[in-house]
Design a protein around this ligand. Structure first.
Ligand SMILES: Nc1ncnc2c1ncn2[C@@H]1O[C@H](COP(=O)(O)OP(=O)(O)O)[C@@H](O)[C@H]1O
Ligand SMILES: [Mg+2]
Length: 512
């Protein structure tokens, strides 16, 4: 964050100073909620947690170098104290599971106010550009691509993984300081007004809208409602700002009328300002294409897997060019950009020749379709076509559409000619997925349903053979990564008679 005195911070968050000897003392470091991460000059954020209360660690944080604590009650060490928010946290809160007296909500509100003050001043000073990314699928992937293409232009701050909730969003925004050139933020919504609220915390100058799909359809009720909320991002842009819109998604393209910012469109549509043609996928489903931009054309080769990343990459290219990058540098940065966030289209081939596509981080109908297409294109790209397996668990949060959407995925898997579908689960959606595949199939072996992860692993261990490609995908709550991690686990590979030989798309960061 920008350097601020304790008095200034108290003003910004509407708090009072307690046990502070000198209100002019400055916070020169970061804002941290984990006392173990506190360093000299930091501000410690006291939040209630499931097992412990951050207020109990106030002393430890000061001992570790914190200048003060942002808290909901006096803690006996220098603190900026905000009054508990008795109204409590909004029901949408995912950051706070235990906040009986509203103290967590108050501290988070103070954090948001602090982030807004810091970011606004950095933007006003002309040094910082905030790039917001929203869409039903691809926010984290695009955030990672953006971080890669913007890095040659200056210091980039972006959240680790998907850390973009009411805590992660302002916490990330506060990591931007006077030396930061770009702040890239993922903006996701579970209801109307959420993106507008995130944009308040860190006002974006550039807004990227990727797509309007069916993620969280249950909460929103309709695609139109989702489009309305995603569009809050472009509505928040200033007239001097830039909206990057997907020309291939009619609901995104229509957002052009909802912003006073300049609009740049991306996509495969002939009208797109930044356009991809001649898309081809290699045997790892990595896309190669020609990009046409106002700054010229170039060949792009992506290191991430799946055709859906073409659109994500076009958005990243558009932003980087607008920020002054030259096309060759952007293309070079893209070719080196791997999935920085874990369990997203992470492709590995074991020594016994089984390729595992671990896309188990999360799932919605759009991302499952994209992953199935990548799976079959990988299987088909080989000289001798490989067998393809789709190990699928339930997609959550689809509301009334759930059964229909699961049925449609089962049918699509068979239409795409996936060799074997393994459905994991016992619920109605899982059965609908299996039934959809059975109904669409012809010889009865297209799909099997197993009750749990252990049964899926047992089946795969018995039937998967060298050369097969196995996609693993479900909503996060299913925890289906265990299947992928088992298949590539060195001891499991050894038991089958081999050893892991490479790790294409290795992830370095835990998903948040
Ligand atoms: N543009 C896209 N369209 C459809 N699916 C996508 C797109 N970009 C990424 N995906 C897939 O969606 C899933 C979630 O990707 P991620 O980047 O984490 O999105 P988000 O952060 O929006 O949830 C992954 O399976 C990924 O491969
Ligand atoms: Mg995400």
């Amino acid at each position: 964050m920008i350097e601020m005195t304790l008095r200034e911070i108290a003003d910004v968050v509407g708090g009072t100073l307690h046990d502070v000897a000198d209100p002019e003392v400055r916070v020169t470091g970061a804002v941290e909620f984990d006392s173990r991460r506190i360093g000299s000059g930091d501000l410690f954020l006291a939040l209630p947690g499931e097992r412990s209360d951050g207020h109990d660690y106030a002393g430890a944080a000061i001992a570790a170098g914190a200048v003060a604590v942002l808290a909901a009650r006096p803690v006996g060490v220098p603190a900026i104290v905000v009054a508990p928010n008795r109204g409590g946290v909004p029901s949408t809160s995912v950051a706070l599971s235990h906040d009986a007296d509203g103290s967590g909500a108050a501290v988070l509100a103070a954090l948001a106010a602090l982030a807004r003050a810091s970011v606004s001043r950095l933007v006003a000073a002309g040094g910082l550009t905030v790039v917001g990314v929203t869409g039903s699928s691809g926010k984290t992937s695009t955030k990672d691509l953006l971080a890669a293409v913007l890095a040659p232009l200056g210091t980039v701050v972006a959240p680790p993984g998907s850390f973009n909730n009411e805590l992660g969003h302002p916490w990330t925004a506060l990591r931007a300081d006077a030396g930061t050139r770009f702040l890239v933020l993922e903006m996701s919504a579970r209801g109307p007004g959420h993106i507008a609220a995130l944009a308040e915390v860190a006002p974006p100058g550039i807004g990227v809208v990727l797509n309007v799909g069916t993620a969280h359809l249950g909460e929103f009720g309709s695609r139109e409602a989702i489009a309305k909320t995603k569009g809050e991002l472009v509505e928040a842009l200033p007239p001097t700002g830039l909206a990057v819109l997907n020309a291939d998604d009619p609901q995104v393209a229509a957002m052009a009328t909802r912003t006073s910012a300049r609009v740049v469109t991306v996509g495969q549509a002939a009208t797109a300002d930044v356009r991809a043609t001649d898309i081809r996928l290699d045997d790892q489903a990595r896309a190669e294409f020609t990009v046409h931009t106002p700054a010229g054309s170039a060949k792009v080769r992506l290191a991430v897997h799946g055709e859906h990343h073409v659109g994500n990459a076009l958005s990243a290219i558009a932003v980087a060019l607008e920020c002054g990058a030259d096309l060759d540098t952007v293309v070079a940065a893209l070719s080196g950009a791997r999935a920085a966030s874990a369990r997203r289209m992470d492709v590995r081939t074991t020594a016994d020749g089984i390729t595992v596509v671990n896309d188990s981080y999360n799932a919605n109908p759009d991302s499952v379709r994209a992953a199935l297409k990548a799976l079959v294109s990988m299987a088909r790209a080989a000289e001798t076509p490989r067998r393809s397996w789709a190990v699928l668990g339930e997609m959550g949060e689809l509301g009334e559409e759930s059964v229909i959407e699961h049925d449609a995925i089962g049918r699509l898997a068979v239409r795409l000619d996936v060799s074997r579908v393994v459905v994991v689960g016992t619920g109605r959606p899982a059965r609908a997925l299996h039934q959809g595949a059975v109904m669409e199939g012809s010889w009865g072996e297209e799909s099997v349903i197993v009750p749990d992860i252990a049964a899926a692993i047992a089946l795969l261990e018995q039937e998967v053979a060298p050369g097969d490609v196995v996609l693993v995908k479900a909503s996060k709550s299913v925890g289906l990564w265990e299947v992928a991690e088992h298949l590539t686990d060195p001891s499991a590979v050894a038991a089958r008679g081999g050893a892991v030989n490479n790790g294409v798309g290795q992830d370095t960061e835990a998903a948040g």
